[in-house]
Design a binder for this molecule. Structure first.
Ligand code: RIB
Length: 280
């Protein structure tokens, strides 16, 4: 098999190096790789299937010893191909459900529920959601978590869900739209922290006081979410742990090609900050 030609290089494929979530993951993967004598090859796909396939093809022919993939564009057939080449794979974060490969993710729907429940608990009466990309399962699951909490309330309809990319700029625009559409909006659950940062800026420009007039919750817990003014209450993913575990699992598979695939769903938690700490 090709696995006898060891390169001591592993690759990590991420959708966007612009979003601190992914460098934070990469840091963890690299730490564990280095400790074990491996070098890391970092691939950024910009969410494009074309770039992903291009990377998979060249990695397949250059004998990387293993691959950690974070991409909602990955297909079962890609994984089968890699496994025929004898290249172990671990999927993280944006994973294919019901697949026979090791995967590590969090319970996104529970996270969406927790975020929205918290906004209700601090007294928000009209809570909007800014959903991430519609074709991305994590953001869809978070949206369902939001709906689990408010979907049956009398005021709720589809106009309370705005759509955005996972970016600050897009979150800013979506928040502006919501502020125009719903003057009585007093809470926002944003599908990730970048969107929440955009929401902070839009609310500031609009003259809405955070958190008393508008409370905001993000998702991910990237380092930056603590450093904004006000700090952002968020659903913390165990980002470092995901990267660490992924690399350990990959090493396992590199050493033992018969290792059984495992499915990890790690816990998330609510981290309280000023963006929801209401004084009244
Ligand atoms: O911030 C980027 C998002 O994309 C994260 O929430 C992560 O879960 C990924 O899917």
């Amino acid at each position: 098999s090709l696995s006898s030609r060891k390169s001591n290089v592993v690759a990590l494929i991420v959708p966007s190096i612009n979003n601190a979530f992914f460098p934070e993951l990469a840091r963890a993967v690299e730490d564990i790789a280095q400790l074990n004598g491996y070098k890391l090859f970092l691939c950024n796909t910009d969410d494009s299937r074309e770039k992903l396939v291009d990377y998979l093809n060249s990695l397949g022919s250059q004998y990387v010893d293993g691959l950690i993939i974070d991409s909602h564009n990955i297909k079962e057939a890609d994984l089968t191909k890699l496994s025929r080449l004898g290249i172990p794979v671990v999927m993280i974060d944006r994973v294919i459900e019901n697949s026979n490969y090791t995967s590590i993710t969090v319970n996104n729907r529970a996270g969406g529920r927790l975020a929205t429940e918290h906004l209700l608990e601090v007294g928000c009466k009209k809570i909007a959601h800014i959903q991430g990309p519609k074709n991305e399962m994590n953001s869809v699951q978070r949206m369902w978590g939001y709906r689990d909490q408010v979907g049956k309330l009398p005021w709720f309809d589809e106009s309370w869900i705005a759509h955005a990319e996972f970016s600050v700029k897009s979150g800013y625009q979506a928040t502006k739209e919501l502020l125009i559409r719903h003057q009585d909006m007093d809470g926002i659950f944003a599908s990730n922290d970048l969107i929440a940062i955009g929401a902070l800026k839009a609310a500031y420009e609009w003259g809405k006081k955070i958190p008393n007039e508008l409370a905001i919750v993000g998702f991910d817990g990237i380092d930056m979410s603590e450093l904004t003014v006000p700090g952002i209450t968020t659903i913390q993913q165990p980002i470092y742990q995901i990267g660490e575990l992924a690399m350990h699992e990959l090493l396992n598979q590199i050493k033992n090609s018969h290792a059984k695939p495992k499915k990890y769903i790690l816990d998330i938690e609510l981290v309280l900050r000023e963006s929801t700490m209401r004084s009244q």
